[in-house]
Design a binder for this molecule. Structure first.
Ligand code: SER
Length: 888
């Protein structure tokens, strides 16, 4: 049975039982805790937690969710059981059926004959596990389904209690296993061997809410969920293995064709379990995951999701090369995996070109990287060797990783070939420093995972009525007050308090638009609102400070939006839509939105695009946006269904959760149609000028355009103009000629600097001969130890030392020079052939000197260099060198 048929049967089975079929959500949802959707239940989380009401008619749903788990990328291919991408088929009940319903549904689909729509698995080969004390589930399996007691096993927290790894819904679970037979391992059920007994379905009895971690594997339970729910996940790929009679997922119709293609391209054979076999599996697994991520809008970059994609693609390329491929391979792999996946994901068809382009661009860049990184590696390696060191520093390894995209294992391999070790601990330290920075950035984001239980009652019973699309003030009743996470009945002057109202005209931060500022007032009372955040989708939390009087539950207040603020926010938000539309006009539909921010006067728009924009493209985008302002297009908002909106051609954004009612913002007919819940101007001319500041990279693969809107545009443009005329006046040139003028000045300056450096060198050379007068005799050697004037670089030291050594040729001579250059003290030792014959090793003398000047270095017998930091020790060091030579 082909995979897409397994999927269809699953959906049919549950739709017949009254479930609403919900399409897979994008792999990327706005959840700060998750890089990618990694379980079928993720998009349903708000319904389990009771933050939102499930919009499904019978309170039940079914989906086949794309999932990516990338925690153990390095393990892929070593065993055949784990894949970074998989499809999880699930059925969900929100407060409807519970354990018995879930168990019966799953059992029927697995064991019903194929002719009746089931999978036709032999019931005798199915085993189940339940949580330690879950007598209820065990009883249903034994007495309702009829599984013999000896095939029902009880396991602990680690196996049979499911949670998301982060705060969220959780509960005990029951897993269904298939016995693949004695050739796959030991008797005794899943408790003994989970290779022979393959887990195919997990039924989670979702009834609790998990809080923070209390240890590596422990966490607190905050309490009961509002309802008892069901979340199940069946591994589509694993069932495919069973029904296709193959040993593992790499042999299924989805992945085997990629392995075949890899065999053809590389000339290697897929067999056994050695390193080559692992590489084939890496190629197959990662091709699929990479393709699915690109499909959902991820582009390769150096952080977050983009970085995972980059790693996957690069591992494919490396694996292919190690198997013997010489040229580009990506287009072929992507084509094959798209062919196998399209029957299940028809949307691949319209994205083929973009997927190939993204993957191939990354491949070309990485092949170049491999080349320039290898070059950089060689340079670093020879510098190290020259200094007589055998360890490649952690910092160098990190630079290779960070700037050149070299995975550590590649650096390790190349270092080993070059006879060097790598300071792995140093590398790890640099990495964790970078990670800590990224984490701090994330924490700074507002939507950190807060405990929302205090708001639950209002979420359930009193969602906020938002009237701010039409009104800027509203009379409202105070329904709730929260201080420091605790619900309170009143707040007094000076308190920072969160206020829940029945009605609000204030816009809550969402869709990239910052929250409105405003006030809540009643007689004698003023609260300044400085932020408004949503809990779930329907509850507005006003974060405010009481600046006069006090406030209590039930009080009537007038909620007022700061009009100037809102005016600016509307300008910026509508401006963002213009920039987005202009961008797609100039770059085409491959420039997919990745994020945006608009606050009064300023907007920024991030999009996935692999190339830097040219100044001409930027100019064109800016012109189109301002022409749209000039055209004074009406801005219309339309409430409609998702399907209708798609028909209108609205751009659906990644990360949007489904829900059927959507709001479409349309500007100038087909010019811009977007799904958007933000506040907008009524006409485009109200935006005022849009001044594009420029574009930049936000991690490679994503780019950012920034612009001012309204009066801020005007202020920016007039400041720029003043700057240009000021420069023009001081350079005494018309402003159009400024670029040329500055370029020529810079060039002159560069030439002058070069000239000075030359003169410096000549001066040094002319004095060199005279230096020899200072040479002394030490034992059998003529030795010159000398500190040159400050500011002579290591390179120039070498020139002078070489010259002096030449002048001493024919007798045993040693030259030792140093100079303080910035905070550093470069030094050098050179020895003539005759000196070397008498046992002098310049590298050893450099080490000796290093000890006196807190330095390090090394090199060959005839010339060695080092660098120190303590010039005070230099005289003693010189003396030590002379004494050492005298003793030879
Ligand atoms: N959430 C559970 C899992 O991921 C069942 O869907 O295994």
């Amino acid at each position: 049975m082909q995979t897409h048929e397994i999927r269809e049967r699953f959906t049919d089975h549950f739709v017949k039982a009254g479930h609403e079929a919900v399409p897979s959500a994008s792999l990327i949802l706005e959840d700060p805790d998750l890089l990618f959707v990694n379980a079928g239940m993720v998009p349903f989380k708000p319904y389990f937690l009771g933050e939102q009401n499930p919009p499904f008619k019978n309170g039940t749903a079914t989906s086949i969710q794309k999932c990516v788990r990338t925690l153990d990328i390095d393990e892929v291919g070593i065993t055949t059981r784990h894949n970074t991408f998989f499809q999880m088929a699930g059925n969900f009940s929100f407060g409807q059926y519970f354990k018995e319903g879930a168990i019966k549904h799953a059992w029927a689909l697995l064991t019903n004959p194929v002719s009746e729509g089931g999978y036709g698995l032999d019931p005798e080969r199915l085993w189940v596990t339940v949580y330690l004390d879950d007598d209820e589930a065990a009883d249903i399996w034994e007495n309702v389904v009829g599984i013999p007691a000896e095939r029902i096993q009880r396991l602990g927290m680690a196996d049979n209690y499911w949670h998301m790894g982060v705060p969220g819904p959780c509960g005990p679970c029951s897993e269904i296993y298939f016995d693949r037979g004695p050739e796959h391992g030991a008797e005794g059920g899943p408790a003994v061997d989970d290779t022979r007994y393959l887990e195919i379905w997990n039924l989670v009895f979702m009834e609790k809410e998990r809080g923070k971690s209390t240890g590596p594997d422990t966490f607190e339970i905050i309490g009961d969920l509002p309802k008892k729910n069901i979340d199940t996940g069946m591994g589509v790929e694993r069932v495919a293995c069973l029904l296709q009679g193959v040993d593992n997922v790499y042999e299924t119709d989805l992945l085997r064709p990629v392995i075949d293609a890899a065999e053809e391209i590389t000339g290697a054979k897929y067999e056994g379990d050695g390193p080559d076999a692992i590489r084939f599996r890496v190629i197959a697994d990662h091709s699929r995951t990479g393709m699915m991520l690109i499909l959902d809008g991820v582009t390769p970059s150096n952080e977050g999701r983009g970085y995972i994609l980059r790693r996957l693609l690069r591992r494919i390329i490396r694996s292919a090369r190690l198997l013997g491929a010489t040229g580009e391979t990506m287009e072929r792999f992507m084509t094959v995996i798209m062919d196998t996946m399209t029957p299940s994901y028809p949307e691949i068809a319209e994205n083929r070109e973009r997927i190939i382009r993204t993957a191939v661009t990354e491949e070309r860049a990485f092949l170049k990287t491999l080349e320039s990184g290898t070059h950089r590696f060689d340079e670093a390696a020879s510098a190290i060797k020259e200094q007589g060191i055998t360890q490649f520093s952690g910092e160098d390894a990190f630079t290779l990783h960070d700037t050149y995209g070299f995975p550590l294992d590649l650096t390790l391999e190349m270092a080993a070939e070059a006879g060097l070790e790598v300071d792995v601990a140093g590398f790890e330290a640099a990495m964790s420093e970078q990670r800590a920075r990224a984490k701090a950035d994330n924490l700074a984001k507002k939507h950190g995972h807060a405990d929302v239980s205090v708001y639950r009652e209002w979420v359930d019973n009193n969602p906020t009525e938002f009237v701010g699309f039409s009104d800027l003030t509203a009379d409202a009743t105070v329904l709730g007050l929260v201080i420091n996470g605790q619900s309170v009945t009143q707040a007094v002057e000076g308190d920072d308090v969160e206020v829940i109202l029945d009605v609000s005209p204030l816009y809550a931060e969402s869709g990239g638009q910052t929250a409105d500022r405003g006030r809540l007032v009643s007689e004698g009372t003023i609260l300044e609102v400085n932020d408004v955040q949503k809990v779930g989708k329907k509850l507005w939390v006003h974060k405010a400070k009481v600046t006069a009087g006090g406030i209590e539950l039930g009080q009537r207040v007038s909620a007022e939006v700061d009009e100037a603020w809102r005016h600016g926010a509307r300008q910026a938000h509508t401006g963002t839509h213009l920039i987005h539309a202009a961008l797609r006009e100039v770059l085409g539909p491959t420039a997919v939105q990745a994020g945006s921010l608009n606050r009064p006067g300023y907007l920024r728009f991030d999009f996935n695009y692999t190339e830097q924009l040219t100044p001409e493209q930027l100019e064109e985008i800016s012109t189109i946006a301002n022409q749209a302002v000039d055209a004074d297009f009406p801005v219309n908002t339309i409430e409609t269904t998702l399907d209708e909106a798609k028909k209108m051609g609205a751009m659906a954004l990644f990360g949007e959760n489904y829900g059927n009612d959507v709001r479409v913002v349309e500007i100038g007919g087909p010019f811009s149609i977007e799904l958007c819940g933000g506040t907008h101007t009524e006409h485009t001319s109200q935006i005022g000028p849009v001044a594009v500041l420029g574009e930049s990279s936000v991690g490679s693969g994503a780019r950012r355009i920034e612009a001012y809107s309204g009066m801020d545009s005007f202020r920016y443009l007039s400041k720029e103009a003043a700057l240009a005329s000021g420069l023009a006046a001081s350079l005494k040139a018309p402003s159009e000629e400024l670029p040329e003028r500055i370029a020529s000045l810079t060039e002159k300056l560069r030439a002058a600097e070069k000239e000075i450096a030359n003169l410096h060198r000549q001066q040094l050379a002319s004095q060199t001969g005279a230096l020899l007068d200072q040479a002394v005799e030490a034992g059998q050697f003529t030795v010159l130890t000398h500190r040159l004037p400050d500011g002579v670089s290591g390179g120039d030291l070498r020139t002078v030392a070489t010259d002096l050594r030449g002048r001493l040729a024919g007798k045993p001579g040693v030259v030792v020079l140093a100079s303080a250059d910035g905070g550093k003290l470069p030094f050098i030792v050179g020895a003539t052939k005759e000196a070397i014959e008498l046992g002098v090793k310049s590298g050893e003398l450099v080490k000796l000197l290093s000890g006196y000047v807190d330095g390090r270095g090394g090199g060959k017998p005839d010339m060695a260099q080092g660098s120190g930091s303590n010039a005070e020790g230099l005289d003693a060091g010189f003396r030590a060198v002379r004494e050492e030579l005298a003793g030879l």
